[in-house]
Design a protein around this ligand. Structure first.
Ligand code: PLP
Length: 463
């Protein structure tokens, strides 16, 4: 037997590694299948190293760090937090809205105990899951009635199915949009069983276009927020006020899919493009729908508000059960809505709203902090603070520029693409933007608590 073969014969078996003190420690923490796989891989690696002559150590101890790293990796969760350094507040790929503390607390409370989800504590009889947010929705928005389903796509599908199946829905050609993530108005319409009646042209639709499209099978007039798409120049559309009045005159309900739906009056912030949900409802529209996790800043949900008679009809549709909101989402949504009972609380406590409305000077302060810490020990990267603009994201407020101050890093030794990739694959992952040959970190979406991790991550990536 030569030296290498002798060493190989002393390699521990999987069972021997498992029976060492480390084995029981791993088994207490990680799933058995991953512990076994990691040990097998660890032994295989050692066998290879011995054959290559790079080591002669066959002790279990010497293999522990490698096996521990492997079992940790095998058992790690796929869905995990990342640091959003893009400045895009409602970043759909990064999970849209971050929940408020109260929303999270309430979710935990309801998740870990039984609740009165569908139980009326007054009568001891079966209750309604939607009852928990009805009063709040009415008070905050001024709507007659309202409830919530799985998401806004489901809300639109459900409303169309309940109000217009087998009949016609009039929509302006300029509003037949695709939102991304495969929400396309004509496709949703087809799924609902309603027939799309397109009116007007891409750039202009007049009230008389709607008038002409009316017939005996007209069930609904639908207005859709164009979200991340804009027609500019020679354009015209019919306001929701005019459409609502028109619909009422002919006894046809009017629905507005708002997409984002903002409950805060943005005019004091110089944002005039987006009327609030409250204002839209005042126009007399019968139904509005919007997302829970866009400008509202809550969990994924689709809110349906409007006239009591319409809401009741929608709730009775069998699809309501298929797209119903789950109790954890409901818990987060109720707590989020409660913040809106006092607008100042909403601005302070709901991260999405707070980040969007944050004073640029405060963002500059975080940018400065990051830049100062980075400059301290990164001599060959050019680090600057630049004026830039952040985006709302999620198809919300597409024309609004949110002035910001960002940290620009021009790496000296590696390319900017390498830097971006290293940050993305680090732990925690940091997702940033590239602009020319610099990497941009926008502190609008980086919380004070995350500043340290960002600095550490960039340092490690540039080393
Ligand atoms: C985002 C959006 C939707 C889809 O909402 P989800 O909550 O993502 O399902 C539908 N309509 C419009 C106009 C939107 O902007």
């Amino acid at each position: 037997m030569n030296r290498k073969q002798e060493l190989l014969s002393h390699l521990p078996s999987v069972d021997e590694v498992l029976k060492s003190g480390y084995g029981s420690e791993w088994l207490g923490t990680y799933p058995r299948r991953y512990v076994l796989a990691a040990i097998r891989e660890g032994i295989d690696l050692r066998r290879k190293e011995i054959l290559e002559g790079t080591t002669a150590d066959v002790s279990v101890e010497s293999m522990v760090p490698d096996i521990t790293a492997r079992v940790e990796k095998l058992s790690s969760l796929s869905l995990r937090p990342v640091i959003n350094a893009t400045g895009i507040v409602i970043h759909t790929n990064l999970g849209r809205s971050v929940l408020s503390e109260k929303a999270v607390e309430n979710m935990t409370r309801i998740a870990t105990q039984y609740s009165n989800l569908e139980f009326d504590l007054g009568t001891g009889k079966r209750g309604k899951r939607y009852s928990h947010i009805k009063k709040l929705l009415r008070e905050i928005t001024g709507a007659e009635d309202g409830f919530a389903v799985n998401n806004n796509a489901a809300a639109v599908l459900l409303c169309l199915s309940a109000l217009a199946k087998g009949r016609e829905v009039i929509v302006s050609r300029g509003e037949l949009v695709e939102i991304g993530g495969s929400f396309r108005v004509p496709d949703v319409m087809a799924q609902s069983g309603a027939a799309l009646k397109e009116v007007g042209t891409t750039n202009k639709t007049h009230l008389h276009d709607y008038e002409r499209a009316m017939n005996d099978s007209t069930a609904l007039i639908l207005k859709v927020h164009q979200s991340n798409y804009r027609i500019t120049g020679f354009t015209e559309d019919v306001s929701i006020e005019k459409l609502a009045a028109f619909g009422h005159g002919r006894n046809i309900p009017v629905m507005h899919d708002l997409g984002s739906g903002c409950l805060i009056n943005l005019k004091p912030y110089g944002i005039h493009t987006e009327p609030s949900v409250q204002e839209i409802l005042k126009s007399g529209v019968d139904i509005v729908t919007f997302s829970g996790d866009k400008l509202l800043g809550g969990p994924q949900a689709g809110l349906i508000l409007g006239r009591k008679e319409c809401i009741e009809k929608i709730q009775k549709h069998p699809l309501t059960r298929a797209v119903r909101i789950d109790k954890l989402t409901l818990a987060a949504l109720e707590a989020t809505l409660l913040e809106y009972a006092d607008e100042e609380h909403a601005k302070e406590n709901i991260p999405t709203v707070k980040m969007l409305l944050e004073d640029p000077e405060k963002i500059r302060a975080r940018a400065k902090k990051i830049a100062v810490l980075l400059r301290r020990d990164l001599k060959d990267a050019a680090i600057e603070i630049i004026k830039d603009s952040s985006q709302a994201g999620g198809g919300s407020l597409p024309e609004v520029n949110f002035p910001t101050f960002a940290v620009s890093i021009k790496p000296g030794k590696i390319t900017v693409n390498e830097l971006e990739e290293r940050l993305r694959s680090g732990r925690p992952s940091i997702v940033a933007r590239i602009k020319g040959d610099s990497l941009i970190l926008d502190p609008r979406t980086i919380s004070t608590e995350e500043v340290e991790a960002v600095v550490k991550g960039v340092r490690a990536a540039l080393r």
